[in-house]
Design a protein around this ligand. Structure first.
Ligand code: ATP
Ligand code: MG
Length: 753
């Protein structure tokens, strides 16, 4: 079907000609390359419906990969709506959830027992820590997080321990730890996130029979956000879509933001090379944002090298200018957001859930959360230290996982003495030594405790572990579909977890808050019971919950999110916060050089292009991550913004400097608790008359070194003192001839104004 006939087809209703061409492209390899908001996800969804209806592909023989589980759910319901029928077997999920589902059945081929569990990165790090200790390496020089990153990177590149190339001493240790870690995972009958993908790829490579089965089953493979695929994901797509190559991918190189996970936007180029006969379709019309937002986005991204220049245009009109706001610190920044949220709701009738607040690092969410709680405005975290990272939830999950898989060493070690049952480090060591010596599986060891002849443990140690093992087996008998809620109740009652919560909370409110989390978790188990979910389904679902899958997604709540988790979504109003040098671009990225900064630029670009109508950019003069104080300059990206699109005076460096001088507080109390209110400093003003008044601001008679005052430095000349550390010996100064620096106070001579 072509031309007018195509555009009249009900499945293609409202699509522009390029979108219709993409949705109905012939079955061979197809690549849709297009900017944000141009309908890539929309086209991919229509394409699935088209394949089912017009090509008669059975829906259960189609596989689509999305970036989050939530996006998968939305895509499924849209396809169902388009076709007017339920499509139970249609495989839509993230790479991880898809592989987990396949491996649930096939992992035994790779030597796992069928009750394997998934380790999250926290679990992985615990295991790595234990291995570092076992191998006798110093924990300080071998931090678990760093090693875990190396191992994940290797897995993303499909590098197995045997092929790990050590380029440094540290790498040599990583290689050894990697090998031991894989063995420990196998022994614990667990896979980490990287294993889900790698094992699936290995399975397809190694077993011709399974490869054929999967290839026969999936007649078409579709991938959203293709620019963020890494090597193993690329290989999975290639293996699963062979030999017929009915593969359809959509992506945008400018939105590649997962380099740190090994993603390589050059996979878009690789695709064209690997499938030379592929159809490439470009979409240019943006349906999401106002022209102002697109122009700002375009100005930001145009500084990146190696990209195809795109001209994004919209029929949505010019729209309002972009608001740029300077705040004194993160609390004022949060206040500004709150104020605007209220205004948007009251005067523009924008729902809370239509508003997103985006930040670079999870730590930034705290100031916003505090402010929202104080103001009693509803919010939800799309990312960050979410529900499943909470201590009490992790404990209960560890109980459930150990019940399901008695070889799960990490869960075992987490809960063997939580709540306290007088099993100290020494007892645990004795038990662990015995297991290692005899090369026992944890489950076997727990069984052998019942036979005195078969274990050398001291009486008390044996007794304590045996009691625990008895509890475990009783719970295991209870772990049936429909009985998970009861199981939870038994665990909590028999371990006296309620008392443990009280004892380990700082105050009553915290205990109450944690108890509420547990009851929320209980509610989830009851839900699982209602739909007859088994323990492994329940656990898999929890483990695969990505940071971008918020719990309560339909509620009218403001979305707080990192740039990484906001990808693919859109909101009438968007706040991009923390536009400070070292935060965005992040200092780690700056240290990496141009590649790092370009990736940060893409992050900013992704953030901007989430906005439909209202876009706010903000930065704070001072930010206190984790209780310390840091003062940053404004983000280098701010100076790339076209002044005529901004609300307020042109954002020149001179302007920023004056604004800074105007907001410098007259007094600074370094030991202020993070969330306590400070007297409000004078708000920055774009109005030159008002700014001039600040210039008249009087200095004390005898000049002393103080925040807000000026001082001169032997080497750097004159500048404005922005902060003095609590010890009094270090000051942060914004130098007239240079930039913001931390210097010794004794090298400064205060100046009178
Ligand atoms: P991103 O790169 O951010 O993931 P995208 O290219 O996937 O964006 P979509 O999310 O599919 O873009 O579409 C953006 C918005 O435009 C959505 O609200 C979508 O419903 C709307 N849209 C897409 N195509 C059309 C169209 N032809 N007519 C009207 N609205 C459209
Ligand atoms: Mg999309």
């Amino acid at each position: 079907m072509r031309g007018t006939a195509v555009s009249k087809h009900p499945l293609l209703d409202g699509l522009n000609p390029e979108q219709a061409a993409a949705s109905t492209a012939d079955l061979g390899p197809t690549l849709v390359l297009a900017g944000p908001g141009s309908g890539k996800t929309n086209v991919l969804t229509r394409r699935i419906a088209w394949l089912i209806q017009e090509h008669n592909l059975p829906h259960h023989r189609i596989m689509a990969v999305t970036f989050t589980n939530k996006a998968a759910g939305e895509m499924r319901s849209r396809v169902e709506k388009l076709l007017g029928s339920k499509l139970r077997g249609l495989q839509i999920g993230t790479f991880h959830s898809t592989c987990a589902r396949f491996l649930r059945r096939d992992a035994p081929i790779l030597g796992y027992r069928d009750n394997w569990v998934i380790y999250d990165s926290d679990d992985s790090q615990r295991l790595i820590k234990a291995i570092v200790a076992e191998l006798g390496y110093a924990p300080k020089e071998n931090p678990a997080r760093r090693i875990n990153n190396r191992i994940s990177a290797a897995k993303n590149e499909m590098i197995l321990p045997a092929n790990y190339q050590a380029m440094s001493r540290f790498d040599e240790r990583v290689a050894r730890i990697y090998a031991a870690y894989q063995q420990a995972l196998q022994a614990a009958n667990a896979m980490d996130f990287g294993d889900l993908l790698l094992n699936m790829a290995l399975l397809l490579q190694r077993s011709e029979e399974r490869r054929k089965d999967y290839q026969d089953r999936f007649l078409a493979v579709l991938v959203d956000e293709f620019q963020d695929t890494n090597t193993v994901q690329y290989q999975l797509v290639k293996l699963l879509s062979a030999p017929q190559q009915f593969v359809f991918v959509v992506g945008d190189e400018d939105q590649a933001i997962y380099r740190f996970r090994g993603a390589d936007y050059r996979n878009l180029l690789r695709f064209r090379k690997d499938y030379p006969q592929s159809t490439v379709i470009l979409l240019e019309q943006n349906y999401r944002s106002t022209q102002t937002i697109l122009d700002v986005a375009g100005a930001i991204i145009s500084n990146n090298r190696n990209r195809t220049a795109k001209n994004l245009h919209t029929s949505r009109g010019q729209g309002e200018p972009i608001a740029v706001h300077e705040a004194y610190d993160e609390q004022y920044e949060a206040d500004f957001v709150l104020e605007q949220v209220r205004r948007l709701r009251d005067s523009a009738s924008i729902a809370y859930s239509d508003i997103a607040v985006i930040y670079r690092t999870n730590a930034q969410s705290r100031a916003f959360e505090e402010a929202f709680i104080r103001a009693r405005l509803p919010y939800t975290l799309l990312s960050g230290f979410g529900f499943y990272q909470r201590r009490e939830i992790k404990d209960l999950l560890a109980y459930l996982r150990l019940i399901y898989n008695p070889d799960d060493r990490v869960s075992f070690e987490r809960i063997i003495n939580t709540p306290a049952r007088a099993i100290g480090k020494k007892s645990l060591q004795e038990f662990a030594d015995w297991i290692t010596r005899e090369d026992l599986a944890l489950s076997d060891a727990l069984n052998l405790l019942y036979y005195d002849d078969f274990n050398p443990l001291s009486r008390t140690v044996k007794r304590k572990f045996r009691e625990f093992s008895q509890l475990l087996s009783a719970w295991r008998d209870m772990a049936q579909p429909g009985g998970l809620g009861d199981l939870f109740q038994h665990i909590v009652a028999q371990t006296r977890y309620d008392l443990h919560l009280e004892k380990t909370s700082q105050h009553e409110d915290e205990a109450l808050d944690r108890a509420q989390n547990l009851s929320e978790f209980y509610g989830m188990l009851l839900n699982a019971d209602e739909i007859g979910q088994s323990l492994h389904d329940f656990l898999d679902e929890r483990s695969l919950y990505t940071t971008a899958d918020s719990l309560e997604d339909d509620d009218d709540k403001v979305r707080l999110s990192t740039f990484h988790s906001i990808k693919g979504l859109e909101f009438p109003a968007v706040f991009i916060t923390g536009l400070e040098q070292d935060n965005l671009p992040h200092r780690n990225a700056i240290a990496e050089g141009i590649e790092g900064i370009e990736e940060e630029c893409r992050l900013f670009y992704v953030g901007i292009t989430r906005a439909e109508d209202h876009l706010f950019l903000s930065y704070a003069l001072q930010r206190r991550p984790f209780g310390g104080s840091s003062i940053n300059g404004t983000s280098q990206f701010l100076s790339d913004l076209p002044a005529h699109l901004l609300d307020g005076s042109p954002l020149t460096l001179a302007y920023l400097r004056q604004a800074r001088a105007a907001t410098a507080p007259t007094q600074w109390e370094p030991r202020h608790p993070i969330f306590e209110r400070k007297p409000k400093p004078i708000a920055p003003s774009a109005n030159p008359t008002i700014r001039a008044q600040f210039a008249a601001f009087k200095a004390p008679q005898k000049p002393t070194l103080r925040v807000g005052g000026r001082a001169t430095h032997k080497q750097f000349g004159d500048g404005l003192v922005i902060g003095i550390e609590s010890t009094g010996d270090i000051a942060s100064v914004l130098f007239d001839q240079s930039e913001l620096k931390k210097v010794f106070a004794e090298d400064l001579t205060p100046l009178g104004e």
